[in-house]
Design a protein around this ligand. Structure first.
Ligand SMILES: O=C(O)CCC(=O)C(=O)O
Ligand SMILES: [Fe+2]
Length: 241
């Protein structure tokens, strides 16, 4: 469970970092499972595969009771999801690193809206240093998205991509505001970042030596249709916090 200070910080910033959230024993277990699945070790870069298919950690990141209880706390039992997306960013040392110029909101992969994401959680299997392929996010951008969808409620369906401002600014419509600078989630293995579903974010290039193995869990509202049907003035209308 989150303390009321943590909840306040999450609401204000659109994200919350929980250092050491996953215990060391579980992380070690996951590391063993991951490299066992690949049939090589972290010290054998020439054996690393290009793609990682079919790997799921046990216990599943999104099923950790501590994480489920946070999702329940935030949604008052109305959020469903969890699971575990596994996204590996192998080192690309020949590339130039730069901070991503724009991000995206999950739920809008192609045309239209899959589902409005309420909250996501990300952790790493190994420590991630700066320029190591970290999850990049725009602090506070969830408030811009709320303002935007409040102004143009029907665009929640994804039609913000059919507007002149999109032609000009792309995903910048949710981030271009003076004072918002993107940040890398630089973290130790097992640290967690909780992020609001409207927090603009992006992957980034890994120019370090260690692979970035990210675990992603996501929750949507059980009444996703209701969430889309009306954008409330209170940004926390569908939440329990
Ligand atoms: O790889 C990352 O850090 C971000 C990935 C991402 O944005 C996504 O899977 O939706
Ligand atoms: Fe994403």
């Amino acid at each position: 469970m989150l303390t009321s200070e943590e909840v306040q910080s999450f609401k204000q910033e659109g994200h919350l970092i929980l250092p050491g959230f996953v215990d060391g024993e579980t992380v070690a277990q996951w590391q063993e499972q991951f490299w066992g699945h690949l049939g090589c070790t972290i010290d054998e870069p020439d054996q690393w595969p290009e793609r990682v298919d079919g790997f799921q950690p046990d216990p599943l990141f999104g099923n950790l009771p501590e994480l489920q209880s946070i999702a329940n706390q935030l949604g008052g039992g109305a959020f469903s999801g969890g699971g575990c997306g596994v996204l590996v960013r192998w080192p690309e040392r020949e590339k130039e690193w730069s901070m991503p110029e724009s991000g995206h909101l999950d739920g809008y992969p192609g045309e239209g809206c899959q589902a409005v994401l309420m909250v996501g959680a990300t952790t790493y299997l190994h420590d991630v240093d700066t320029r190591g392929g970290g999850y990049v996010y725009w602090p506070g951008s969830h408030r811009i998205a709320h303002r935007y969808f409040r102004q143009y409620p029907d665009r929640i369906e994804g039609t913000f991509r059919e507007t002149p401002e999109w032609e000009e600014r792309g995903w910048g419509i949710f981030t271009d505001e003076s004072g918002i600078e993107p940040r890398e989630f630089i973290a130790r293995a097992g640290d967690v970042i909780l992020w609001h579903g409207w927090l603009c974010h992006s992957g980034s290039t890994n120019v370090n030596t260690s692979p970035r193995v990210g675990f992603f869990s996501r929750w949507i509202h059980q009444d996703d249709a209701g969430v889309r049907a009306a954008i409330h003035e209170d940004p926390w209308h569908h939440w329990a916090v």
